[in-house]
Design a protein around this ligand. Structure first.
Ligand SMILES: *Cc1c(COP(=O)(O)O)cnc(C)c1O
Length: 352
């Protein structure tokens, strides 16, 4: 049968019943792609598979959780869904709210949202409330809005979000026929690392896989509250999707790390942008900077000697590179001035 979205595919593992009217854009079923050229470039002797979450309907993994969150909101009779967002949550909430026939309202840190994500929230028809504050301020406001009648919060503090997002771990196990040895993932608000770990554990408990991966999560060095074990008041990083100083799922992320024998480490913006360019140039995969934190983490763990030869690694690439074209252009060679429209002039540029 054709793919029906993550709720239909994994119904028995999710909080839905026969009567549930599912709100879906047929998210999920994203590719798990091997990247041998990237592994060669960094001198690795492991297998690395990337979960391309950019290929969800709004271009990020947020859609997996949003199908469940909007399904639940609709079932409960909500009128408005609200979220704070570094961008992708608002894009996804706005799309799924449109699909459900509900209003979406998004509270955003003014001037800190990648252009493509803002464009998405606007075109899907969300009510956008920019604030003079950062993501953490926005989330505090949204928590208060949740007490208003008819309002449903769809940030990852909404447990339905985590439930939906865990389906990515199921898909990875289904595609590999086993669990990976290591799973690499960026950590912002820490909902996704929480969701993956939950998914791997549930699949293991259900007998679908025989082992569990070690969870290797990565924060940006300027926004690394879990690594530094303190709230970061003014988080800063080029990876805007993980520019978070006080993660909502902090304790659950620490539990995922400790239960799995994993690591939550940090990578610098320089390391993130290096991985960002390398995966595009070596394997033709264009992700947004936050996604490249996974790969910067692979490079760092490999350099530290943590990845035995023959290991099977998976890494989540959380969102699409086209959402943040400014960063791609700023790290690339400048566009050249035009040349004469002659074969020799063009060849000179190509061969030069
Ligand atoms: C939301 C998001 C993250 C961070 O995920 P958390 O669940 O907040 O840790 C990373 N990358 C992208 C592209 C995102 O949209």
């Amino acid at each position: 049968m054709n793919w029906q979205g993550v709720i239909e595919q994994y119904r028995r593992y999710l909080p839905v019943n026969e009567q549930t009217k599912v709100v879906t854009l047929l998210e999920g079923n994203t590719p798990l792609i091997p990247v041998p050229r990237f592994v060669d470039a960094i001198g690795g002797r492991f297998e690395l598979y990337l979960k391309l979450e950019a290929l969800n309907p709004t271009g990020s993994f947020k859609d997996r959780g949003m199908t469940l969150a909007l399904t639940a909101a609709k079932t409960r009779g909500a009128e408005v869904v609200v979220c704070a967002s570094t961008g992708n949550t608002s894009a996804s909430a706005a799309a799924y709210a449109a699909r459900a026939g509900l209003r979406a309202a998004v509270v955003l840190p003014h001037g800190k949202i990648a252009l493509g994500k803002l464009a998405q929230a606007l075109i899907y028809g969300a009510r956008i409330v920019p604030i003079d504050g950062n993501f953490d301020d926005a989330l505090n406001l949204v928590r208060a809005l949740g007490d208003e009648p008819g309002v449903e919060i769809v940030n990852s503090i909404n447990p339905f979000r985590i439930e939906g997002q865990k389906t990515a771990a199921f898909e990875i196990c289904d595609a590999l026929g086993r669990a990976p040895d290591f799973h690499f993932i960026p950590v912002g608000n820490a909902g996704n690392i929480t969701a993956y770990w939950k998914g791997y554990k549930e699949y293991h408990a259900a007998g679908r896989v025989g082992t569990l991966p070690r969870m290797f999560g990565w924060q940006a060095a300027g926004a690394a509250p879990i690594v530094e074990n303190r709230v970061i008041a003014q988080p800063e990083t080029v990876a805007t999707a993980i520019r978070i100083g006080n993660p909502a799922s902090w304790q659950a992320a620490v539990a995922a790390r400790d239960e799995s024998g994993g690591v939550i480490g940090s990578v610098t913006d320089g390391e993130i942008l290096h991985a960002y360019q390398l995966i595009a140039a070596r394997d033709g995969i264009f992700v947004e900077p936050a996604s490249a934190a996974s790969l910067a983490g692979v490079i760092k763990a490999h350099a530290a000697g943590d990845l035995p030869a023959g290991s099977v690694l998976t890494a989540t690439l959380t969102g699409h590179g086209l959402k943040d074209p400014d960063t791609a252009i700023s790290v690339s060679d400048k566009l050249r001035p035009p040349v004469k429209p002659t074969l020799s002039a063009v060849l000179e540029v190509i061969r030069g």
